[in-house]
Write a new protein. Structure first.
Length: 558
């Protein structure tokens, strides 16, 4: 059907620069129009929110273009790699929704082929065995402004290099005593092209190949060739690898193999956190956090345990987009994504975090009233639940103020406030202990909720309340940039000592006693909470606050 030119046209969504590159490649029938991407994590730690951006981008592009997506572990450094990390990465990718079908690979799958290619480059006079030690390598490498110096071993004959490399492989030489280097250009302005390392001697047990190898390929010699072997068309990586692209290209061209296109995008940086795996590992090993799944960590395991959903993380990654310019995203964007998601899916419940007892003096002792409360105010199809109301209830301490300012619309002496899903109460008396601390309030209950009062508060029946542990989280670091420290300091100096508050006597409505681990709730007026899947026990759920409510966050920011 032809389009009416007078009708308002829906604006097409803008295409990011990577989509524009792929669109142009397909239009030119490059790679026969194929789109094949991959995610290549190192199994030396748990994935974090930055990896989620790369996963969503690579998998999303493959899905958008009807292409293929690979998962490949870059397991070239056995000293730092563990099967635990492999298992966690597989689980996290499944949780995010990425599907690599039958295309799970490891760089170690290609060690034999990489060795053969190294021999090929030696025979072509494009690689040589070098005896310089680490300090000498740094000296010979040069600087950003000064060219490097050629190794005295650079002109070894092909036969000598083949012999030495074969003896490196059989374990004849000590670790670190010799390396295989590409012969490129020691005067290149790009330091990565100054005869980079291809293979090192390292006696370390590999989690997959065992003790078969005592030489291991470098990342730069592995990455492009692995992409080539798998038929990758677009090798998408973060911006710090932009200066490695000429080397990526050089190896593919020197070996005359399929040449994927490397495209770089800006990595994800968030306020109040660190993204370095080394720093995350330090936080764990030095016990600044409880583990990789500590809900204050921006690892995917930590976010999952805090109650973040895969949908919210994918929506966040989509929202922030893809750029070629490094920038830092405010943490509020991530928190807004989970609020938006949980606002739709989380059933409502009543929970009082810091309880203050209220006696409703006109309700007889032992009498219980049943109140009907909606499970979701915007979704009547989710039904209602019955909430008990008795003579004694708990309200939040902050919902009462004895010397209240004019615009305090919660409970105050002689003031009235509405109870959520119940009637109206009026404060008649404030009861204090010998030290002057308020211990309870005496109020009158009016079941007629049709009268207009300005404030509404939440509550829980004291006789029926579930006492539970609730964990409140703040930023792990006290400043937006944890690396912003004076000379001699470290990012650890900026750890927030108040990043975790544990409330052991929160009072919750009784229906939450059987809340399943891994389920979400909105505690009305308090935030979104998640039943901790690790520490909860039958009948004794532990709740992690995933995020505050939007209006609460705004007040905090103000």
């Amino acid at each position: 059907m032809p389009t009416d030119p007078a009708a308002p046209q829906e604006k097409a969504p803008s295409r990011n620069f990577i989509q524009q590159i792929i669109d142009a490649d397909r239009a030119a029938e490059k790679n026969e129009g194929r789109v094949h991407t991959r995610f290549p994590p190192e199994p030396n730690g748990y994935l974090h929110i930055g990896h989620a951006k790369s996963i969503c981008l690579n998998y999303g592009l493959a899905r958008e273009y009807g292409g293929k997506f690979n998962l490949r572990f870059d397991d070239t450094n056995p000293a730092k790699e563990e099967q635990e990390y492999v298992d966690s990465i597989l689980d996290d990718l499944h949780w995010l929704g990425a599907d690599w079908e039958d295309r799970l690979f490891f760089a170690s799958d290609y060690f034999d082929q990489l060795h053969q290619w190294a021999v090929q480059l030696i025979k072509a006079g494009k690689a040589y065995v070098c005896d310089l030690d680490a300090d000498q390598m740094r000296e010979y490498r040069g600087t950003l402004t000064a060219p490097g110096k050629e190794s005295p071993f650079r002109d070894r004959s092909v036969d000598e290099n083949l012999d030495l490399f074969a003896r490196m492989k059989t374990g004849e030489f000590p670790d670190g005593s010799r390396i295989l280097r590409a012969k490129i250009d020691m005067a290149s302005p790009n330091i990565n092209l100054r005869d980079p390392v291809m293979f090192r001697i390292k006696r370390a047990h590999h989690h997959r190949t065992g003790d078969k190898w005592c030489i291991y390929p470098s990342y730069d010699f592995t990455h492009g060739q692995s992409d080539s072997l798998e038929g990758i068309t677009h090798s998408i990586c973060t911006l710090e690898f932009e200066n490695h692209r000429p080397l990526y290209d050089w190896f593919c061209e020197a070996l005359e193999i399929h040449h994927p296109q490397q495209i770089e995008f800006a990595r994800l940086n968030l306020t109040y956190t660190v993204m370095s795996k080394r720093k995350l590992l330090q936080l764990v090993t030095e016990k600044h956090v409880a583990g990789w799944d500590d809900p204050r960590m921006l690892t995917l395991r930590g976010l999952r345990r805090r109650g973040y959903t895969s949908e919210s993380i994918c929506a966040f990654c989509e929202r922030i987009g893809v750029s070629k310019v490094n920038s830092t995203i405010d943490m509020a964007w991530l928190e807004d994504a989970i609020r938006e998601d949980l606002n739709e899916r989380a059933p409502r419940a009543l929970g009082v975090l810091r309880p203050l007892k209220v006696v409703l003096t006109n309700i007889p002792e032992g009498e219980t009233l049943e109140m009907s409360a909606p499970n979701h105010p915007q979704k009547p199809e989710l039904g209602t639940r019955t909430v008990p109301l008795s003579r004694e209830i708990f309200i939040e301490q902050d919902d009462f103020m004895e010397q209240a300012p004019k615009k305090f619309f919660r409970l105050k002496p002689s003031g009235e406030v509405r109870l959520r899903a119940a009637g109206i109460i009026r404060c008649d008396e404030v009861v204090k202990d010998a030290s002057g601390q308020i211990v309870k309030l005496h109020c009158t209950f009016d079941p007629d909720s049709s009268r207009k009062v300005k404030g509404t508060i939440h509550w829980v029946s004291a006789a029926h309340a579930l006492s539970a542990e609730v964990r409140l989280f703040d930023h792990l670091f006290s400043c937006e940039n944890p690396d912003d420290v004076p000379e001699g300091g470290t990012f650890l100096d900026n750890i927030n000592p108040n990043s975790l508050e544990i409330l052991t006597n929160a009072k919750l409505e009784p229906s939450l006693a059987n809340a399943e681990p891994g389920s979400h709730f909105q505690f009305e007026r308090s935030g979104y909470f998640f039943v901790d899947p690790t520490d909860s026990k039958p009948g004794r759920p532990v709740f992690n606050r995933t995020a505050t409510l939007r209006d609460t966050w705004a007040k905090m920011k103000k």
